[in-house]
Design a protein around this ligand. Structure first.
Ligand code: SAH
Length: 214
């Protein structure tokens, strides 16, 4: 590793820690998965900045510290089956792939799913299945899930996703009435119902119903 790469990696991890990502398993996963592999074109040289960046189809790759906070809140266990709604670049799914048994990730934009599959193959991440579809209905044939993460914002947690969460399961997602004011929340399914807690303010692209026409 050149000094420059080592320095950049240290700075990246330092920034994550300073923004509240303290869980060691999450930090180790984020150290291993190179965000640079998921950012293309003119923004590639900003891959290690703690900022969201534009990707294809008018979407964004999330800010690394938000990826870290969501991963940490999800408290993924090694045997878990995880559903991610909103593949985007594939970066969040790749980070999760280091922590869980199997990741299903779904996006309504086929070109994004295709590009993400290519990166997963190149990095030998064999426990991720990327699917083109409307994730607001979840993924019935693989349900129920130990963990669900939604990386696009809805007004409320979608009912079908809550229904596909196991007892003892955790879902992390942004919710909000507008594009500008959203909160990251965590939902736990217990024996008797659902428990909610609010984590932090965030800003995500909206969860849109139906397949995209590309
Ligand atoms: N997790 C991504 C960032 C996601 S951006 C990453 O790590 O890069 C949000 C993504 O959610 C976009 O790609 C958008 O196409 C997708 N999305 C929005 N509504 C959706 C829906 N109903 N079903 C599946 N994907 C959806």
């Amino acid at each position: 590793m050149t000094d420059e790469i080592a320095e950049r990696k240290m700075q990246f991890l330092y920034t994550l820690r300073s923004r509240g990502v303290t869980d060691m398993r999450t930090l180790t996963a984020m150290e291993k998965i190179d965000r640079g592999a998921f950012v293309r074109g003119i923004f590639a040289d900003r891959a290690y900045d703690d900022t969201p960046l534009p990707i294809n189809c008018g979407q964004t790759i999330s800010q690394p510290s938000v990826v870290g906070l969501m991963t940490q809140a999800l408290n993924v266990q090694p045997r878990d089956k995880v559903l991610e709604v909103g593949t985007g670049s594939g970066y969040q799914a790749a980070v999760l792939s280091q922590l869980a048994r199997r990741i299903y990730t779904i996006d309504r934009h086929a070109p994004l799913v295709q590009a993400a599959r290519e990166v997963f193959d190149a990095l030998d991440l064999n426990n991720i299945t990327a699917i083109v579809g409307d994730g607001s209905h979840g993924l019935g044939d693989q349900a129920p899930f130990d963990r669900i993460i939604v990386t696009a914002a809805a007004e409320d947690p979608p009912g079908p996703l809550l229904a596909q969460l196991k007892i003892g399961g955790i879902m992390v997602l942004p919710v909000g009435q507008s594009d500008t004011v959203q909160s990251l929340i965590r939902v736990r399914r217990t024996e008797t119902g659902l428990e909610y807690d609010e984590l932090s303010p965030v800003r995500f692209v909206p969860l849109v119903e139906g397949l995209a026409k590309d």
